[in-house]
Ligand binder design. Sequence first.
Ligand SMILES: *[C@@H]1O[C@H](CO)[C@@H](O)[C@H](O)[C@H]1NC(C)=O
Ligand SMILES: *[C@@H]1O[C@H](CO)[C@@H](O)[C@H](O)[C@H]1NC(C)=O
Length: 193
Amino acid sequence: MRRGYAAVLCVLAVMGLEAAALGECEITQLLQDKLQYEMRLQYMKHYFPLDYTVQVQYEEVLRPSNITRLRNGTVSEAALRYLWFHVSSQALLRIRQVLPEKHPSWKYTQELCRLFDALGREYGAYRQTDVDVVVADLVKQVHSAGAERRRKAVRPKALLDNCLKVMRMLFGRPCECPGSGRGAPRAQGPAQR
Ligand SMILES: *[C@@H]1O[C@H](CO)[C@@H](O)[C@H](O)[C@H]1NC(C)=O
Ligand SMILES: *[C@@H]1O[C@H](CO)[C@@H](O)[C@H](O)[C@H]1NC(C)=O
């Protein structure tokens, strides 16, 4: 909580960033705390049977390589964060679908869900209209869970590993504090590679 608050002050100080980043930075900081390695390991691996997998659609897997590819196109950073939000919420839903309420990981996933719900309110307010077509299509596919669509088996921990890795890629720089030793944040977007 304290760190989240500090992040808000930092972002206010920078101001080159969209005001929208305020709530996002606080919430993603809390998410990052909840997605620490030890927690992912315990709740998403140790509490599951060996090699357990869940079935997801291909579009529900969002890795750093996807982001690199999309960034190479004309997709905006805001749209990429929007995509990450939808894919991650859906992944979380997939995990929850296989958990009975008494499962030791249930409460953990519920806490994650609350944070995603909070992010959803942020996005609902100002993001619906200005998303790139590519991303809008992907989000539509993520939510069109037709039974005939191709599925793949993914470990629950892998879903959350990707969620965290991509989150760091997308929120690291815009949410960074000046003078934190990691370099000054830029106003928008990564350098093209
Ligand atoms: C990410 O890339 C994989 C192929 O590497 C693809 O199957 C998947 O649909 C992509 N995900 C998104 C959300 O674009
Ligand atoms: C990025 O796009 C350029 C041309 O648009 C292409 O030559 C290059 O291979 C792409 N790089 C990646 C990592 O996709």
